[in-house]
Design a binder for this molecule. Structure first.
Ligand code: FAD
Length: 294
């Protein structure tokens, strides 16, 4: 089985220990033959320099393209223009364009309120310099007034110039396939790559899911709750669930997988190993999954 697009998302590390951890993570994930890596961007431009610095370091070390994210909410237009200009200057060719979420305490929304406006602005400023990825929500964005409106807003991002999309994470593959079908019915045919959040930590998963509106099915919550503090069982169960999800997605035609790695390689490695995925170099993955670092 060979997936067409495999990508791994990182966040910019802030301490020397976190930098060292990411160096290890990226080198282990490189062995899985990713199509690209990506690095998140703090809302309001809070990681502006660090995002680019991290993306450049990843590419320099791995030889694999690394897409910095860029988000518009709370960031003045002049600053966004600077970021885009800088990305062009240093040779970035792929970006992930997002609205972002207003950090608490910040008040100015900035000139661009939606990701569709950011995509249009990037095209205006940089033409076709970048492959633009945007976010998609198979279970719909929590602030969308209706599912139909959310689909129309997604379509607007595509019409503004997005090339492909990465989804919010989900554990219900039917929601993903229904979303792709609904897009096709609206004439939206770009690759929509499922975002995968391996389950490794119960409280963290529930916190993130609360924030981003991703649904964790009741049966998963109950099983995780039963494991209590037994982290090894949580991880083993999480890898099983994630493997089954990825297997179904790839078998039924998803164009690839994008892993939210949390700067850890172990879960993605274990899922690859279970699926028998081959690296893009055609080599079978023989490296066994690593034991948890903590
Ligand atoms: P949009 O596409 O603008 O949509 C946001 C909401 O506004 C939706 O409810 C939509 O229906 C609605 N909407 C859109 N257009 C209109 C309109 N014209 N009128 C009325 N309503 C409208 N966040 C970060 O801060 N940094 C990151 O690096 C980051 N990376 C991410 C990567 C991925 C793959 C994903 C899926 C999310 C990421 N996020 C990141 C989170 C993202 O910023 C949030 O989910 C945010 O709430 C929405 O961003 P968006 O780009 O989807 O927004």
């Amino acid at each position: 089985m060979t997936a067409t697009t495999i990508s791994f998302e990182f966040f910019p590390p802030r301490t020397p220990e976190a930098v060292a951890k990411l160096e290890l993570t990226r080198s282990r994930l490189l062995a899985l033959g990713p199509s690209f890596f990506s690095v998140t961007f703090g809302a309001g431009g809070s990681t502006r320099e660090l995002t680019l610095e991290t993306a450049l370091a990843v590419t320099a070390a791995t030889g694999v393209e690394c897409a910095p994210h860029i988000s518009c909410i709370g960031t003045p237009l002049a600053e966004l223009r600077e970021v885009i200009k800088r990305y062009v200057e240093v040779g970035i060719t792929r970006v992930v364009a997002l609205r972002g979420d207003m950090p608490s305490g910040l008040t100015g929304f900035g000139e661009l309120r939606y990701a569709s406006e950011l995509v249009a602005f990037i095209r205006q400023e940089a033409g076709q310099a970048f492959h633009i990825e945007v976010a998609a929500y198979p279970e719909f964005h929590p602030q969308a007034s209706t599912a139909a409106a959310d689909l129309q807003h997604f379509k607007a991002k595509v019409e503004a110039g997005a090339n492909s999309a990465i989804t919010q994470y989900f554990y219900n593959p039917d929601a993903y396939f229904r979303f792709v079908e609904s897009c096709a019915a609206l004439g939206v045919h770009l690759p929509i790559v499922p975002g995968i959040m391996p389950i490794t930590n119960f409280s963290q998963l529930m916190r993130f899911s609360d924030m981003c509106g991703a649904e964790v099915p009741r049966w998963i919550v109950k099983r995780l709750r039963d494991f209590g503090d037994d982290r090894a069982s949580i991880r083993a169960f999480g890898i099983d669930v994630t493997t089954a999800l990825c297997d179904r997605l790839l078998k039924d035609g998803a164009p690839g997988l994008h892993f939210y790695t949390m700067n850890q390689s172990e879960a993605a490695e274990a899922v690859f190993h279970n699926l028998g995925l081959r690296s893009s170099h055609g080599r079978p993955l023989v490296t066994p999954p690593q034991p948890p670092a903590d």
